[in-house]
Design a protein around this ligand. Structure first.
Ligand SMILES: Cc1cc2nc3c(=O)[nH]c(=O)nc-3n(C[C@H](O)[C@H](O)[C@H](O)COP(=O)(O)O)c2cc1C
Length: 194
């Protein structure tokens, strides 16, 4: 099956470090792999409303929510491109993930069954030198993938504060070259590992 990568950009500024790093990694994808890039700041999702137990979720048919939903359902590989904000994903990214909870309950979507076996990846820029401070973000993505029965390819981390800084992180650029070629095992919750 031809792979279709969806890059979901979660920075609060354009052309930031996370996107630059993701574009470096994406350059390595074979030409027959489809790439779609959606910027959550340019396409803002509405505030998530929790209707899970009211049974009122209907499939969005227009606007940015429908665009994001359709693009998500069509992707074999979903790449969360989020800067590290307060040690986790950005608010834009978190809102996108919150909408998954609505999509999981939307009749006729089969969101969980559709996402099962697909691959979640992360690309993140952070200002902190020590990458382990991004563990909460990595855990969020890993556990979300595990919840949906997805594969998880890990998170490509790069260092930088102002836009362009990440292009000086030679180790991150080297990791970007092979990032999407890595094996992406089925995601497991930490208590299942071992
Ligand atoms: C709201 C906000 C929160 C941030 N929180 C962190 C943080 O917790 N740890 C960190 O290392 N850097 C933090 N930073 C710095 C950004 O991660 C860093 O500038 C990164 O390069 C931004 O990525 P971008 O250029 O893709 O937007 C924060 C920046 C902002 C604006």
């Amino acid at each position: 099956m031809t792979r279709r990568f969806l890059f979901v950009l979660g920075s609060a500024r354009p052309d930031g470090n996370s996107e630059l790093l993701a574009r470096r990694a994406a350059e390595q994808l074979p030409p027959d792999v489809e790439q779609r890039w959606i910027d959550l700041t340019a396409r803002p999702l509405p505030e998530f409303e929790d209707l899970r137990h009211d049974g009122d979720h209907v499939r969005p048919t227009e606007g940015d929510t429908a665009l994001l939903l359709d693009a998500t359902l069509a992707a074999t590989d979903l790449v969360i491109v989020s800067p590290l904000y307060w040690y986790t994903v950005s608010a834009q990214t978190k809102r996108y993930l919150d909408h998954w909870s609505g999509w999981l309950r939307t009749p006729g979507l089969d969101f969980k069954a559709t996402m099962k076996g697909r691959t979640l990846w992360g690309v993140t820029a952070l200002a902190h030198e020590e990458p382990e401070v991004a563990d909460p973000l990595v855990g969020t993505l890993n556990n979300s993938a595990a919840y949906l029965g997805m594969r998880f390819g890990g998170v490509l981390l790069g260092n930088g504060s102002k836009p362009g800084d990440v292009l000086r992180d030679t180790q991150a650029l080297a990791r970007a070259k092979t990032f999407f070629a890595q094996d992406a095992p089925l995601a497991r919750f930490p208590y299942e590992a071992g």
